[in-house]
Design a protein around this ligand. Structure first.
Ligand SMILES: [Zn+2]
Length: 418
């Protein structure tokens, strides 16, 4: 980046002129706004009628008709996995293949306006650099750290689950208290930003671990500056997670009103992933897999979808903070599908601006990252531009026109020498 000097060298200046602005903090769209960016910093955000005097080299983008939206936070993602109807099988692909998948996902995320991804589980593989086996997403986080066009990534390491719940070889198994604590400590030693406990057990009515056991893990993680989140598809596990003080529940497909009330009181986040059911319903048309195509499977999906929507409604009414994610990779969505989840939240009763807040501001709060999901003067120029008003119509988020943090030109850079 160019540096400011006494001779007037300044970072590249770009003005986005006459756009609307939807920052997710409230229901009203601000029209006629201009946003000035210097390098990667947002310098000014003000009415187009009040741009002031611009530097003569300012690159002006006529953004008329588009809407500026803060870069989104996909709060439930699996960056090393591709998703699709065979999503579970893909977890057993080679580490090299999965690292390539991560790069493709990084591309898809950016182009869809997703600035931050919270990875909640990746397969472990031997790192050839030191021979140690660790979660692949940690390597992706390192790769992306110094590349400003890549999503900013926070990583949970590998799933920690009771044996017999997820396919063998994908997770770190922990069947008792000491085993769970050891698995948690191992993930933290590897550099995980948060822990991901799988709180569905081998028996539907029972959580895999006791409240005391999970609380010990929460204390350990908090003591080391990390957070704990819990996969929760069933009510029994949700109760244990909430009582043990986990920071968030993923999915929360079977909450009841007591659970929701306690989450609101404690400040436990819910990370919704409702679009999974939309995706599965679409597979009834596009695949030949019996679990999606058969009547029994379709009914099961419809039932679970209804119950999951009810859970989100309970949480929303109780005042639980709802962040949101696609579950791409660990589920069947793809990395550029966060708009689908925002649509699903609106179907579940959130107002469109609230659903946008879930995909932006709430995600930033969940990550404890003050820049994530927000745009403000002096902050990062992390925004993208869509067509339509996402404060009234979530489908506007599919219509991405440009993304401020991605390079503008594609193809060879600079003059060719012939
Ligand atoms: Zn997941």
């Amino acid at each position: 980046m160019a540096r400011r000097t006494v001779f007037g060298m300044v970072p590249r200046l770009t003005l986005y002129r006459d756009a609307a602005l939807a920052d997710g903090s409230g229901p009203s769209l601000q029209k006629g706004m201009s946003v000035l960016v210097a390098g990667r910093r947002l310098m000014a955000m003000r009415p187009t009628s009040d741009e002031g005097i611009l530097h003569p080299e300012t690159h002006i983008i006529d953004a008329g008709g588009s809407t500026i939206v803060p870069g989104m936070v996909d709060a439930h993602s699996h960056v090393t996995l591709p998703g699709g109807s065979h999503w579970i099988d893909r977890g057993f692909d080679s580490p090299e293949a999965l690292l390539d998948v991560a790069e493709h996902n990084g591309d898809l995320l950016g182009r869809a306006g997703v600035r931050w991804a919270r990875d909640v589980g990746s397969p472990a593989a031997v790192d050839p650099r030191d021979g140690r086996k660790r979660a692949l997403a940690l390597r992706v986080r390192e790769r992306w750290r110094d590349d400003p066009s890549r999503p900013r990534l926070r990583v949970a390491g590998t799933w920690i689950a009771h044996s017999g719940v997820l396919p063998t070889g994908l997770t770190i198994d922990a069947d008792d208290g000491p085993g769970l604590l050891a698995a948690a400590a191992h993930q933290l030693d590897d550099g995980a930003d948060l822990l991901k406990l799988y709180l569905d057990g081998p028996k539907k009515e029972e959580a895999p671990w006791s409240t005391e056991t999970v609380r010990a893990v929460v204390d350990l993680a908090h003591g080391r500056g990390a957070k704990v989140t819990a996969h929760s598809g069933l009510l029994a596990g949700a109760r244990v997670g909430i009582d043990a003080g986990v920071d968030s529940l993923e999915h929360g497909f079977e909450l009841d009103s007591d659970a929701a009330a306690q989450m609101a009181r404690q400040g436990t986040f819910l990370v919704s992933t409702l679009a999974i059911f939309r995706s599965w319903a679409s597979f009834a048309q596009t695949t030949t897999l019996p679990r999606f195509v058969g009547d029994e499977g379709k009914e099961r999906t419809a039932r679970r979808r209804e119950r999951a929507i009810e859970s989100v409604q309970l949480a929303h009414r109780a005042g639980v903070r709802i962040a949101t994610g696609t579950d791409f990779g660990g589920g069947s969505l793809r990395a550029n599908h966060l708009a689908w989840e925002v649509e699903a939240l609106v179907e579940a009763g959130l107002k469109p601006w609230e659903a946008l807040a879930s995909a932006t501001i709430r995600g930033g709060e969940l990550l404890d990252e003050p820049d994530a999901g927000q745009i403000f003067e002096g902050g990062q120029a992390d925004f993208f531009l869509v067509h339509g008003d996402p404060l009234t119509d979530p489908t506007a988020l599919w219509r991405v026109w440009r993304v401020a943090w991605l390079p503008e030109t594609v193809g060879p850079a600079g003059p060719t020498t012939t």
